[in-house]
Design a protein around this ligand. Structure first.
Ligand code: ADP
Ligand code: MG
Length: 448
């Protein structure tokens, strides 16, 4: 309504400025349809009318009168009716496209930032590499492959990169998926045998600027997915898009990984994240306390960091447990006594039903050897290796003294036990397969 009123005033001015012919034929038939962002859009009934109105002498007068009634900065656009509709349609399409791209963009956990990530010896290189990729995607390390044990901060760092990019380069489409999500998307795209679904899947993954795949180790053993991922990887890589992968083991340790994929993973930077040392653990706990507003005595943090946990997620769980326990007692401040009381069952709770017997039977089952042979004196490799594995795991997981382990193994001397244990712990440092083996057996032991 207002627009029409204003336009009428403009017309009045124009009727005095233009010749009667120009006014009657071309200008009086214009209809104002939109006024926004300092632009007034006028619709003309035909292309000829639009061309006439766009003649400099008429157009300048229109602009002058429009500016007198609207604002001094108003621009005028004259379109023919169909042209206008076409431009509206295009505009809507673009908005839809932007919306689609925005849907593709991942939402990142705001708590997982670089600022909230405590840097220590164990993770400083990984953190620097991730920061450098966040600051210069596709320029430095591509792909960037990070790996390390459970709960050491890999997912945190991926989110930190996402948060950083969303803040500093919001125009980039940053997609974070777990390997599982990638797999499920792919399987969904194959359903109903529709080629359009597969095409949608490819479009989705290949139009991003930064692709992060978490827990990529789960791609081992899945040949179809490896094939698809290989193509996604190549496509992004060739288009100079950044790829970041996180895994619980190095590409070398990912058995059942196609060699061509393994070599792609290894073509950029591979960086591991180590278990945190004591100081880093305390610093992480302090950060967590200040973030969550926990009031905790320093001895409590020391006590928790000393506990045999190298899994930071688990350590944070212990901290919340202590704080929760103190709050149940009506305290706002947790003391060392509360912590000890809250955690008194902790050690046992974790592996309640784990004992030497169970370790031996799982290892026997794993290597397909008999308990008799393991306890006995056979010295062939097929028996010696599982025996050493049992000894290593009993020592590592149960904290039983070496002499007591010697007794379990038919009265062996503690130096023999120590030698067996060291054999495995040294092999873990030099042979990636041993490490995988130990982790696999451990996960069976803690699952059952
Ligand atoms: P991963 O993906 O390696 O299993 P996460 O990234 O999920 O581990 O980390 C587990 C928890 O530990 C998260 O709550 C994370 O914020 C925290 N965490 C890990 N490392 C650090 C660190 N260096 N500083 C602060 N918090 C950390
Ligand atoms: Mg993770």
């Amino acid at each position: 309504m207002l627009l029409d009123e204003q336009w009428k005033k403009v017309l009045k001015r124009l009727s005095n400025e233009l010749t009667a012919v120009n006014y009657d034929l071309w200008v009086s038939t214009l209809v104002p349809v939109n006024y926004s962002n300092d632009e007034l859009v006028l619709i003309s009934p035909s292309i000829t009318a639009r061309n006439q109105v766009n003649q400099p002498d008429i157009f300048e007068k229109i602009t002058k009168c429009v500016r007198a009634e609207f604002t001094p900065y108003t621009f005028v656009r004259v379109c023919e009716k169909d042209e206008y509709e076409e431009s509206l349609r295009k505009q809507n399409e673009e908005i839809e496209k932007i919306k689609e791209t925005n849907n593709l963009k991942s939402k990142f956990n705001k708590k997982y930032t670089f600022d909230n990530f405590v840097v220590g010896k164990s993770n400083q290189v990984v953190c620097a590499a991730m920061q450098s990729v966040a600051e210069n995607p596709s320029k430095k390390f591509n792909p960037l492959f990070i790996y390390g044990g459970v709960g050491l901060g890999k997912t945190h760092l991926l989110h930190a990169v996402g948060n950083y990019l969303n803040e500093h380069n919001p125009e980039l489409t940053v997609l974070y998926v777990t390997c599982e999500k990638f797999t499920n998307d792919y399987i969904d795209s194959l359903k109903n045998n529709k080629t359009s679904n597969t095409a949608d899947f490819r479009d989705k993954y290949r139009q991003v600027d930064v692709l992060m795949v978490d827990d990529i180790q789960f791609i081992s053993n899945k040949m179809g997915i490896q094939e698809e991922f290989f193509h996604t990887f190549n496509d992004l890589y060739q288009n100079n898009k950044q790829i970041i992968l996180a895994s619980d083991r190095s590409p070398k340790e990912m058995t059942a990984l196609e060699p061509r994929l393994s070599s792609r993973f290894s073509s950029g930077l591979i960086q591991d994240i180590q278990e945190p040392d004591y100081e880093t653990k305390v610093a992480i706990l302090e950060k967590k306390c200040s973030q969550e507003g926990y009031l905790v005595d320093p001895e409590v943090l020391d006590f928790i960091a000393q506990k045999n946990s190298n899994n930071i997620r688990e350590m944070e769980g212990i901290l919340s447990k202590v704080v929760f326990y103190a709050s149940l007692l009506g305290k706002s401040h947790s003391t060392i006594e509360d912590a000890k009381e809250a955690l008194k069952d902790y050690g046992e709770v974790e592996h309640t039903d784990l004992d030497a017997d169970k370790i031996i039977s799982i290892v026997c089952d794993f290597f397909k050897v008999s308990r008799e042979d393991i306890i006995g004196n056979k010295r062939n490799k097929e028996i010696v290796e599982p025996r050493q594995m049992c000894i290593y795991l009993i020592n590592d997981m149960l904290n039983i003294p070496l002499t007591a382990i010697g007794t379990i193994f038919g009265g062996r001397d503690h130096t023999t036990i120590m030698h067996a244990r060291d054999k495995i712990s040294n092999a873990m440092k030099t042979n990636p397969h041993t490490k995988v083996l130990v982790n696999d057996i451990k996960s069976r032991l803690t699952k059952n």
